[in-house]
Design a protein around this ligand. Structure first.
Ligand code: XMP
Length: 311
């Protein structure tokens, strides 16, 4: 694709559509919403308000890191602390689909409130072609965004959604990211699911359990940095297993699974044959640095039969 031409055309289109109006977008730090943020800023500068919904389910220091990435580009990211809203919505929920639904409902309710309060009449959204295909297949519910956030486009005040990436697949989006001078850390970012660490925490996603898996995910990302993989992460199981503490006493501790897969498009995946010394180091660090963990396992299952994430 002609990246320069694409950027030129989309910037012109956003500028023309928004005119003197105000636009808003939600930035997660993933490549799609990052590209939309940079394109929107290039087109309309301060007329775009970029918000980061801090749901408490992100990786370590994620809100600060995302804000710091965009600061040098002159883009201010408003971080909205919604941790309590998300944790109360997830309280007591263990069923994977119920958990996803609670996350989704809370996300759209919170974002709807933010959009309405902002007074914006345009919403910039990082929908890509794969999202549309998956929505048509019933895998995702992403596409009817206005309905989700409770805005009726017919009755409303001409509220409009702008989707500059709708004809692109992920590899093109990564190219555009580079074309917009976004750092490689953003352009080549590993996929991270919308419901965040809630997908990597079986059983209730409460602040204590999320904190355990957050530390484990950080260790896995650090120790697999140079390894070619589609995704590497950690999962906290609901079950427990006996372990021995440093003082020799027994404890019924948490179990962490390490998952590292190679994949083209996330439709299928193969486990990565991590070197033994990397596996051992992962075990030593996870069980050594996270007090509550007594066991570390490695997941050998391809997709199918497993999915990549655990819920
Ligand atoms: P699964 O677990 O279904 O995941 O094999 C396939 C890919 O999609 C990511 N994933 C999500 N991404 N929202 C997202 O934006 C979600 O709810 C979600 N669930 C899974 C997953 O990380 C993998 O790359």
């Amino acid at each position: 694709m002609d990246v320069k031409q694409f950027i030129y055309e989309q910037v012109a289109l956003i500028r023309e559509t928004v005119g003197q109006g105000k636009a808003i977008n939600a930035l997660s730090g993933g490549v799609d919403s990052s590209v939309v943020t940079a394109l929107g800023h290039k087109a309309i500068g301060g007329q775009l308000e970029t918000v980061f919904l801090d749901d408490g389910l992100m990786r370590e220091k994620e809100p600060e890191t995302v804000a710091a990435t965009f600061e040098p580009l002159g883009i201010r990211v408003r971080i909205v602390d919604l941790k309590d809203r998300f944790f109360s919505a997830l309280k007591g929920i263990e069923d994977p689909e119920d958990k996803r639904k609670a996350f989704r409902d809370t996300f759209y309710t919170c974002f709807g409130e933010i959009v309405k309060q902002s007074g914006a009449s345009f919403l910039l959204q990082g929908t890509i072609k794969a999202d549309i295909i998956e929505t048509q297949k019933g895998v995702k519910t992403q596409h009817n965004i206005l309905e989700q956030i409770g805005i009726d486009p017919e009755a409303g005040y001409g509220f409009k959604v702008i989707e500059p990436l709708i004809d692109l697949f992920k590899p093109d989006v990564r190219q555009v990211a580079t074309g917009l001078d976004l750092p490689d850390a953003v352009a080549q970012r590993m996929p991270f699911p919308g419901p965040g660490l809630a997908t990597r925490c079986l059983g209730e996603a409460n602040p204590e359990r999320i904190e355990i898996v957050r530390k484990a995910v950080r260790i896995v990302e650090e120790e697999t940095e140079g390894i070619t993989a589609f995704q590497c992460f950690a999962v906290l199981l609901k079950d427990r297993a006996t372990g021995l503490k440093k003082d020799g006493s027994r404890e019924f501790g948490h179990i962490i699974v390490v998952r590292c897969v190679e994949s083209e498009n996330a439709m299928t995946a193969e486990p990565v044959p991590l070197p033994w010394d990397v596996l051992r180091r992962l075990e030593q660090r996870i069980a050594g640095e996270i007090e509550e963990v007594s066991r570390v396992l490695y997941d050998l299952t391809p997709k199918p039969p497993a999915t990549i994430e655990y819920i």
